[in-house]
Design a protein. Structure first.
Length: 61
């Protein structure tokens, strides 16, 4: 986040928001390759998580 402090999802929508979470872009928490990590704000991270696996701690549907 030091290198890219803004939320990449917000930036795509023309918004400027500080990132607070480093997200695994492919959803695989075991894939810690630098290219798989992206900075997100808490809101975008929560939305992405809910969209991809039904929310924090819930099994994928």
């Amino acid at each position: 986040m030091r290198e890219q402090p803004l939320c990449v999802h917000c930036a795509r929508s023309g918004r400027v928001q500080l990132a607070t979470v480093v997200d695994h872009a492919d959803g695989n928490a075991m894939n810690n390759e630098r290219s798989n990590l992206q900075p997100l704000c808490a809101s975008c991270h929560a939305s992405k998580t809910a969209r991809e696996d039904g929310g924090f701690g819930n099994p994928r549907r």
